[in-house]
Design a binder for this molecule. Structure first.
Ligand code: GLA
Length: 406
């Protein structure tokens, strides 16, 4: 072989190695939307429950609103077979995972599955360590579309190495599978995971309380507001294809109607994955109106893919958030964390800011924006004049601001 042939071979090899090491692209241009079994059902999952959830997602209109992933969390597992291939629990999932994936695909949905980088999952089922390539092959063979990969029972395992290995295993198995890292933010995955995964958990588990403290939730878990605070400083790491994941939604799991609205809104402002965690087979109208508000979902799913920023907070519990959107638009949100209603005089001139992630000014001094209130679903004047607004306790005000044509 002459020199040119060697050079060509080297280029081809380099190409295939680098292609092999990268995650599948194009699976998460906007944050993932779907449902997961854990927040409501924990380990009590069966094939009938999951099928019922899928039916409800279709019938309620959730699928058409964008919620397409139906994700099994912990406890679907049975044992490994004699060759080491993982099997599902034959009692809970008698028809098998392939049949469940087919059920989803026939209905325009996708199936997600769960594993763990260690020896045992958090609920004590078999983890994937030492079986990464086999597990990825099995998921691909079954027609799985999404893998949540947890971090329990991983003493002496290096996080980056473990997640890269599973990412490579998925890649090698050949089926495009969304890779959702659930490492709880311990090893700062936002700094290294964008080539490996489509999203990474930034915190420990969410709990279904808005702002509770010690004693009102397990020690390992965090309130909705605590998780919100833990996103500080992370927005520059997120973007199309690689997202910060502040954990799954607790909307419909016991918060008040205002709190549900505020929680959902803040997750949209964060460009978070919108993975529902409630029992969608039995939803009050008020919950549907929160999770199916298309104009609010559009803030989360905006193609620009920029996570929102907390611009200002007041001592009496108000926070002011902006999220840059396509075509020079912005989402503007006031979150009231106080336990009483608050009235605020919005003077837009106090909100002339420069966003160094979007590299864009709001320019309220030189631009006028039309205002659309996304929760009342009404156009509401423009930003020429100041206005007085009241935000109920644990609630939000959410506007879409559209620049008027000169
Ligand atoms: C961890 C994860 C949760 C859930 C449970 C399942 O706590 O962070 O989201 O998957 O494990 O056991």
């Amino acid at each position: 072989m002459n020199y040119r042939k060697y050079a060509l071979l080297a280029v081809v090899l380099l190409f295939s190695v680098s292609a092999y090491a990268q995650k599948f692209e194009g699976l998460a241009e906007t944050p993932a939307m779907g449902w997961n079994s854990w927040n409501k059902f924990a380990g009590n999952i069966t094939e009938d429950l999951i099928k019922g959830v899928a039916d409800a997602i279709v019938e309620s209109g959730l699928r058409d609103a964008g919620y397409i992933y139906v994700n099994l969390d912990d406890c679907w597992h049975g044992e490994r077979d004699s060759l080491g291939f993982i099997q599902c629990d034959p009692v809970r999932f008698p028809s098998g995972i392939k049949a469940l994936a087919d059920y989803m695909h026939e209905r325009g949905l996708k199936l997600g599955i769960y594993s763990d980088a260690g020896w045992k999952t958090c609920a004590g089922r078999p983890g994937s360590v030492g079986h990464e390539f086999q597990d990825a092959l099995q998921y691909a063979k079954w027609g799985v579309d999404y893998l949540k990969y947890d971090w329990c029972d991983t003493p002496n395992i290096n996080a980056k190495g473990a997640y890269k290995l599973m990412s490579e295993a998925l890649r090698a198995a050949g089926r495009p599978i969304y890779f959702s890292m659930c490492e709880w933010g311990t090893a700062r995955p936002w700094e290294w995971a964008s080539e490996i995964a489509h999203s990474w958990r930034t915190t420990g588990d969410i709990w279904h309380c808005f702002d509770c403290g010690r004693g009102e939730k397990p020690n390992y878990a965090h309130s909705v507001m605590a998780i919100l605070d833990m996103q500080e400083g992370l927005r520059k790491y997120a973007g199309p294809g690689h997202w910060n994941d502040p954990d799954m939604l607790e909307v419909g799991n016991g918060l008040s109607e205002s709190e549900d609205r505020a929680h959902f809104t803040m997750w949209c402002m964060l460009a978070a994955s919108l993975i529902l965690g409630n029992d969608v087979r039995d939803m009050p109208q008020a919950i549907k109106e929160v999770i199916m508000n298309k104009e609010v979902i559009a803030i989360d799913q905006d193609k620009e893919g920029i996570q929102g920023l907390r611009f200002m907070r007041t001592d009496d519990g108000l926070e002011f958030w902006f999220k840059p959107l396509v075509n020079g638009e912005w989402a503007f949100c006031i979150l009231n964390r106080a336990t009483e209603d608050r009235t605020y005089d919005i003077d837009w001139q106090n909100f002339n800011l420069y966003d160094d992630v979007a590299k864009r000014f709001t320019d309220f001094d030189s631009k006028t924006y039309k205002i659309r209130n996304l929760w009342t679903k009404k156009d509401d004047g423009d930003t020429k004049k100041s206005r007085v607004v009241t935000i109920p306790a644990h609630d939000v005000l959410l506007y879409r601001l559209t620049p008027t044509k000169k």
